[in-house]
Design a protein around this ligand. Structure first.
Ligand code: KG4
Ligand code: ZN
Length: 345
């Protein structure tokens, strides 16, 4: 007898990607559709909430329709609708939440509310057999930088987070200072390839020897002062810098941020006795971070296993939402039609 698979439609609209996906049993990706708004926000150097909201409204229906068509499952074979309802931009989240509630009502399917950051964490487990637990999970995105103690998909415990800028935000802001294109993370990574990471010593606050929190506003300011002079009255040196000088700044900045992320993750792993390290979120696409975290895992005694989200599922997507929702489905953790978006979480 063929056992029926649980198919979940996931919806993600927390920031500047409109995404939908169908995932079976939490791991078989049947479809993944992402409409990126990068082009719309590029000229502002960051995400403009009203523009994001309007673009989500335009794209949400075609993106969901495409995800269902690609998956080849009819509406009858969708077992639940999952949506990221927090944290994120409220005016963006509300589009996905409203679409999910409408479908759940029309199709008479259960609704599942997903925490966007927990979903990023789940993306590190895509395609993996059960990892050895506990795991220390580093989630680095444009809006958040957080460390978790991961025992089960349903209850990651927050160990620390940024007290000011997120790592991705720092990449975006430094790219803007250096006149590099938006989004800043990939631009900095590209520029850094030709630079010397030891050229400039940019400080990153470690916030005390036991802290598992992060702070990246200081390094952003340090780069700003380096480029404009400390009193900000000096000429903008960036315009007259050579591409080698820009590359050195990018490489030195990237290396300092990665250093802080790796050291704090090691601290968290030691504190909770982690057997595995998980890495997810947009900044997890960064090759230097992936490489240095792997080196850290190899150097620990005993060596720890590193599980990293596949590159295409590091930045925002709905596969991670539908994947995590499977565990909530199994546990009977459903939301009702009063579900609201929440900016925090
Ligand atoms: O997870 P994500 O798609 O959205 C949020 O939940 O915020 O992350 C977007 C962030 C942006 O700040 C972007 O610059 C950064 O991830 N990012 C990177 C790279 N690719 C994306 N940062 C560093 N290196 C990259 N290759
Ligand atoms: Zn995200």
């Amino acid at each position: 007898m063929k056992i029926k698979q649980i198919n979940i439609l996931g919806i993600e609209t927390s920031c500047d990607e409109t995404a939908a996906a169908v995932v079976a049993e939490g791991k078989v990706i049947k479809s993944s559709v992402v409409a990126s708004q990068t082009k719309l926000h590029e000229k502002y150097g960051g995400v403009v909430p009203e523009i994001a909201s309007r673009a989500h409204i335009e794209k949400i229906y075609p993106v969901i329709a495409e995800a269902i068509t690609q998956a080849g499952v009819g509406e009858d074979n969708i077992d639940a609708i999952a949506v990221a309802n927090q944290p994120g931009l409220t005016v963006a989240l509300i589009v996905g939440v409203t679409a999910a509630k409408t479908l759940a009502f029309m199709w008479e399917k259960p609704l599942i509310a997903i925490n966007h950051l927990h979903a990023h964490l789940q993306s590190a487990l895509l395609g993996q057999d059960s990892p050895e637990l506990p795991a220390a999970a580093l989630i680095v995105s444009g809006g958040h930088t957080s460390l978790y103690d991961y025992h089960s998909p349903l209850q990651p415990v927050l160990l620390g987070s940024t007290i000011d800028d997120a790592a991705g935000e720092a990449f975006d802001k430094v790219a803007s200072i250096l006149n590099l294109p938006y989004p800043g993370g990939p631009s900095i990574e590209k520029a850094a390839k030709n630079g010397d990471s030891k050229a400039i010593k940019f400080p990153v606050s470690m916030l005390g020897k036991d802290s598992l929190d992060f702070s990246f506003s200081g390094i952003k300011t340090a780069v700003l002062y380096y480029c404009h002079g400390k009193d900000m009255k000096g000429e903008n040196k960036v315009d007259s810098m050579t591409s080698e000088e820009i590359a050195d700044i990018a490489a030195s900045f990237q290396s300092a941020v990665v250093d802080a992320l790796v050291k704090k993750t090691k601290r968290a792993a030691e504190k909770i006795g982690a057997k595995t390290i998980l890495l997810g979120g947009g900044v997890a696409a960064n090759t230097e971070l992936r490489t240095r975290l792997q080196e850290m895992c190899d150097s620990m005694t005993p060596a720890r296993k590193l599980l990293v989200a596949p590159k295409q599922y590091c930045t925002d997507n709905a596969v991670m939402v539908a994947s995590l929702a499977y565990y909530k489905f199994k546990a009977g953790l459903f939301a009702d039609l009063t579900l609201e978006p929440k900016s925090t979480g």
